[in-house]
Ligand binder design. Sequence first.
Ligand code: APR
Length: 245
Amino acid sequence: MALPVTLTPDSPIVILTGAGISKESGLDTFRDADGIWSKVSIEEVATPEAFARDPGKVQGFYNVRRQSLLNPTVQPNAAHAALAHLETAWPGDVLLVTQNIDDLHERAGSTNMIHMHGEMLKALCNHCDAVSPWRGDLSDATPCPDCGATGGMRPDVVWFGEMPYEMERIFAALARCALFISIGTSGNVYPAAGFVQEARQVAGAHTVELNLEPSSGVTAFAEARHGPATEVVPAYVKELLALAG
Ligand code: APR
């Protein structure tokens, strides 16, 4: 399908990414057959109640995932690179909203971005709310670099039941975008799963899903292209930039 004529090179673009964009870099998704939630339950490791009940189990879950992310074999892939290139080459504003807590978008060069579910390489102190870069393990004995207190350090990750970050800024961008692109997400978790409706109904944006297979929300999109992110994302970015001339 050709790009909509309403799109001009100064059109604002909002991109939403999920775990699928990092799959070909070697990081697990959540709801695929071999996904993270097929091995451990959300209620055990990804809620504030789980952390209050068994902080060691929750810290252990994120300590393992943090070290996996820091494995040198895990590198940004061609889809991450294509989005970083789009941000640089597209004359209009490009805002990248990711549900992912990895740092592969940044390492690929994206800068205008929001981690709405937080970041695995940051730690948050429950005592003083300080956020610190964090590449090691976390435990109950970890002192906060700011206030020095122990027993309060947690991954700076948004758990189920908590409010995602920067929702006002995200909805403001959705309300004025001309193009909304959703990449590598199953469309199962709100508020992210509702962004496509917001972009369509409030901004009248053209909406595109780029995913390995149709997501739960595929019918809400004006256009959908299915295949591995490292193939469909660079191809779509190339088409967009041809429009920009
Ligand atoms: N290329 C493109 N898409 C892919 C690829 C790939 N190589 N591999 C998998 N996918 C797709 C899957 O088809 C699926 O639709 O990526 C999507 C991943 O969906 P989920 O595992 O549900 O991950 P995500 O949508 O990011 O989950 C949203 O749920 O568990 C919470 O906070 C967590 O941020 C996460 C949120």
